[in-house]
Design a protein around this ligand. Structure first.
Ligand code: ZN
Length: 225
């Protein structure tokens, strides 16, 4: 990878991930980041080992049902390949959009095989990933030299750059970088003239576009959510 990853989930999210207490969609973004980020792979292994040793240090109770449940929970979370087990479909390693092919991180390959139809709007394309959970999870493709209109967030927005580069008012994000935006953040993500971009997008509520006519922005809101 040409650029070092600068934007990570943070220790608290990694711990919650290891404990299995994140919602499945947020966990998906964290798992995909870990696939791409050696630094967080190491942290994840450390956190998981810590959790396991905490469990092992606890005295075994007469009724050790809880202990077994906790242990199997940790084991299930440690083995991330577990999440990639093919169900009906074979996992999909490559994804094609706008005559471009991208490799998906391991954590996204099973869902990637079942992605929804690509919807195109200007230089932007989205395809839903069928997680069946509360959040809206999609792949987001942005062609070269294209801007996503300025928006704020009605909920949490997680964007994991899978390939290429995007920039916004706050910085520059390369493959592996995870952006987490809350309702207070306003930004205008765009690609540069020389490079397109594929992202994973996890939204807990629709984007809220700030500029232009409401009647034009409403369809835009639906497009992204
Ligand atoms: Zn990381």
């Amino acid at each position: 990878m040409a650029h070092a990853i600068k934007f990570h989930p943070g220790m608290s999210l990694l711990e919650q991930f290891a404990e299995g207490c994140l919602s499945a969609d947020v966990a998906l973004a964290v798992a995909a980041h870990i696939d791409l980020c050696p630094h967080c792979q190491q942290l994840h292994n450390d956190v998981t080992a810590d959790l396991a040793s905490q469990v092992l240090l606890q005295p075994v109770k007469a009724d050790n049902t809880d202990w077994n449940a906790m242990l199997s929970n940790i084991v299930a979370n440690t083995d991330m390949s577990q999440q990639d087990k093919p169900q009906a479909e074979r996992p999909q390693q490559l994804i094609e959009v706008s005559q471009r092919q991208f490799e998906l991180p391991r954590a996204l390959r099973r869902l990637g095989a079942n992605h929804g139809k690509w919807l195109h709007l200007g230089g932007i394309a989205t395809a839903k990933l069928p997680t069946g959970n509360d959040h809206h999870v999609s792949l987001l493709y942005i062609s070269k030299d294209t801007e996503v209109p300025q928006h704020t967030h009605l909920g949490l927005e997680m964007t994991l750059v899978l390939a290429g580069k995007i920039v916004d008012e706050n910085g520059e994000y390369h493959a592996g970088d995870l952006l987490i935006n809350s309702p207070d953040d306003t930004h205008t993500p765009r690609t540069m003239a020389d490079e397109d971009c594929l992202c994973l997008s996890v939204l807990s509520a629709p984007l809220h576009f700030k500029k232009g006519l409401t009647r034009l922005l409403n369809p835009l809101q639906q497009f992204f959510y």
